[in-house]
Design a protein around this ligand. Sequence first.
Ligand SMILES: Nc1nc2c(ncn2[C@@H]2O[C@H](COP(=O)(O)OP(=O)(O)OP(=O)(O)O)[C@@H](O)[C@H]2O)c(=O)[nH]1
Ligand SMILES: [Mg+2]
Length: 283
Amino acid sequence: MTMDIVQSSSAHGSSPCATCPANRHLARLGLKVDSWDYVVALAGNPNTGKSTVFNALTGLRQHTGNWPGKTVARAEGGFQFGEKRYKLVDLPGTYSLLAASVDEEIARDFILFGAPDVTVIVVDATRLERNLNLVLQVLEITDRAVVALNLMDEATRHGLQIDDRRLARDLGVPVVPTVARRNEGIRELINTVADVASGEIKPRPHRIKSTRDSSLDRAVNQLVDQIEDAFPGLPNARWVALRLLDGDEQITRAIQDGSLGDLSRGEQVQTVAERLVLTEVGA
Ligand SMILES: Nc1nc2c(ncn2[C@@H]2O[C@H](COP(=O)(O)OP(=O)(O)OP(=O)(O)O)[C@@H](O)[C@H]2O)c(=O)[nH]1
Ligand SMILES: [Mg+2]
């Protein structure tokens, strides 16, 4: 059985400018993600259309399995756009990065420690205020984010008008309105993701400013040094330090038993690749 669906022509055409936005073709690679240039995470509150976006980009109808050691669904697939290959990871819905549930823990760990090249936050345009909570949390930890303002048809139906340009300005990251179920805005979304991945667009998210030389800053900096010594190469040591000061039990345990180190990108990506090979062999 093969689940690979390649629906459009290859990007390696004879176009004089294969990388120009207008000439970049999308090839849905299904499960064929044995190698990739960029990893893209799809995050968002539950039921905002993440999997619909995932399917539109990969051509997969649904691919779920178990995250290593967990019992919740995840999906991974690939697409090629222009000359680059992307691995797309569809994360469980989450309201915050504080990991109140196993689903949230998986999403959080991937966004924080999987070091995706781009994180797409799919938000429900009809519930913007609630959805922005997660957006702001994600923007605290990564610059490379794109907001997909999904369910725009529903928003319109409810008489809501959203100034997406103003939102993009206020957040400091690109915002792309979409109706994923009808494939609307998906091309703009891919273009934007590609430009953020390549560095052509450099988002500058607005962050909560800390006061210089506050006792909080001193405590955080001291902890960051210790965390980086204990777990060299761990991304987002500052976030870990803040969680420790907040008394987060999971993070405290992960430091005590050393499992925080396992969350670094290398191991996670390798595990994902191994599992994909197993899935394809077993399929
Ligand atoms: N009207 C409308 N419906 C949409 C749109 N995008 C997705 N949907 C529908 O919304 C529902 C949820 O979509 P999913 O893609 O499963 O959402 P999800 O974020 O993956 O959900 P979880 O994985 O449970 O967090 C489905 O019935 C989709 O068909 C859209 O832009 N407009
Ligand atoms: Mg889903």
